[in-house]
Every structure is written in structure tokens, then in C-alpha cells.
Design a protein around this ligand. Structure first.
Ligand code: ADE
Ligand code: ZN
Ligand code: ZN
Length: 236
């Protein structure tokens, strides 16, 4: 996601944190909100000393194979990155500084996990190589889902979070269940649909938003609920 998607996810997560998790997180982040730190992983991307973290934003594997059937990328990926962050946050001997850093990354990566094209195909870089027309500008399928569709609504991240669907306790429970890997497979299934939603060079606009924005919003909300679940498991 772009900035607004990440911040909306993080803001939604705040609603679902336990008191204890909230307190521990507040200490680690010196009072900064989850929304504020959610874009940190993108801010460090351009710094050479952090280049090792770039492959952690996505994971590509064959749509009809299991994750790990072929050796995962040596440089790491979204699945490996999330696990690494969780391990460091759970480890009593990690420094506060290390914990703060990996907490910021974790908030970001759980968000990215819910952008279907972050679990897309490697050949087209998760849709980055699929050029399409968006109203009167050129974009690509990945960017369309990261930012263009969200920007179209001109809603702030707090508006997106405040207007999230009202869910029943049962619906929330269903979203919370499963492992990170289950959520990866779910995103990959959605990525298949997203790939089928457009062809190269297609002119997309109102009809596309009408058809796909509900899915995008549901993904932001799931990302928020599951981020809180992961954080509550670590800190709760
Ligand atoms: N961003 C850059 N490369 C990517 C890939 N292969 N999949 C998803 N997002 C990406
Ligand atoms: Zn992206
Ligand atoms: Zn990212």
C-alpha cells in the first residue's frame, strides 16, 4: 500500500489492541501512533544501509504450489520478514532499539500482506509491469491498488478507519483466526482475481472502482484486525 493504506490499517488496529499491548507499544514507540510509524519501512527504502529490507515488502511464489515448495528468496521475503520481526519482539534479550525498529516494520508488513499484489507473480513484479490507463493517466496494476484507487476517494486515513464496516463478534473472530501463512494464501487467491480484473493497456475508471473498491476496503480492515491480533499475541 501507499501511505494512506498503511495508516488506515494501523489506525484500525488501534481499536482492537488490548490495554496491555497498547501500553507496551506506547512505551516502545515513545508515544508515536501506529499510523505514524506505519510508513517507516518505506521511508528507509532509499537509504543504502537499509537495502536488505526491501525484499521484505512482498512475496512471490507459484500460484499452484505451496510456499516453500521452491526455496524462498535468499534475500528474504514478506513471510520471512514478518517472522523475523515477531521473533525479535518476543525475544527477552532484544534491545529496546531493535524492538522499536522491528515493531515499526511489522506494522508495515502486515499491511502489505493484505495488498493482494504483494503476494502476486514475480514475473510482472506483482503487477508493476502491467501498464494500464487510470482515467486519463498512465499507471500500472500494482500502483492502482497501492494508491490510485484510494486517492480517488479523497478520504484521509482516519476517515477510512472511522468508516470501516461494522462487524459482528463472529466476523471479527473469523478474520483473526489462522496463521500468517494462511493470510498469505488468502491474499494470493485475491491476487488471482486482481490479475483477471484488467488487461494490459485497458482504460479503467469509475466502473473499476465500483467493482473493486469494496474488496480493497475489506483488505484494509482485515489488515488492521490481524495486525492487532499479532500485536496482542506478542504483547498481550
Ligand atoms: N515490488 C517490487 N517487486 C515486487 C514483486 N515482485 N512483487 C510485489 N511487489 C513488488
Ligand atoms: Zn506495493
Ligand atoms: Zn511496503
Amino acid at each position: 500500500w501507499g501511505k494512506t493504506g498503511h495508516r488506515a490499517t494501523a489506525q484500525i488496529a488501534e481499536k482492537y489492541l488490548t490495554k496491555k499491548a497498547k501500553k507496551r507499544i506506547n512505551e516502545l514507540l515513545s508515544g508515536q501512533s501506529l499510523a505514524l510509524v506505519s510508513t517507516y519501512a518505506d521511508e528507509i527504502k532509499s537509504e543504502r544501509s537499509y537495502k536488505n529490507y526491501s525484499p521484505w515488502h512482498y512475496v512471490n511464489f507459484d500460484f499452484d504450489k505451496e510456499y516453500g515448495a521452491e526455496a524462498p528468496s535468499e534475500r528474504g521475503d514478506l513471510v520471512i520478514g514478518i517472522q523475523k520481526c515477531i521473533d525479535i519482539l518476543k525475544n527477552k534479550s532484544s534491545s529496546q532499539e531493535d524492538k522499536e525498529f522491528h515493531l515499526k516494520l511489522l506494522v508495515h508488513f502486515i499491511g502489505d500482506l493484505h495488498q493482494p499484489l504483494h503476494v502476486g507473480r514475480g514475473e510482472d513484479k506483482g503487477g508493476n509491469d502491467i501498464q494500464v490507463r487510470w482515467f486519463n493517466e498512465g499507471t500500472n496494476l500494482h500502483r492502482l491498488w497501492d494508491t490510485n484507487m484510494i486517492e480517488h476517494y479523497k478520504m484521509s486515513y482516519s476517515e477510512l478507519a472511522a468508516n470501516a464496516a461494522v462487524l459482528s463478534a463472529q466476523q471479527i473472530e473469523d478474520i483473526e483466526k489462522g496463521s500468517v501463512l494462511d493470510w498469505v494464501y488468502e491474499s494470493q487467491d485475491l491476487a488471482e482475481k486482481v490479475y483477471e480484473s484488467a488487461t494490459v493497456g485497458e482504460k479503467l475508471g469509475y466502473r473499476y472502482v465500483y467493482d473493486y473498491f469494496p474488496l480493497l476496503r475489506a483488505q484494509l480492515q482485515k489488515g488492521g484486525i490481524r495486525l492487532a491480533k499479532v500485536l496482542n499475541d506478542i504483547f498481550g
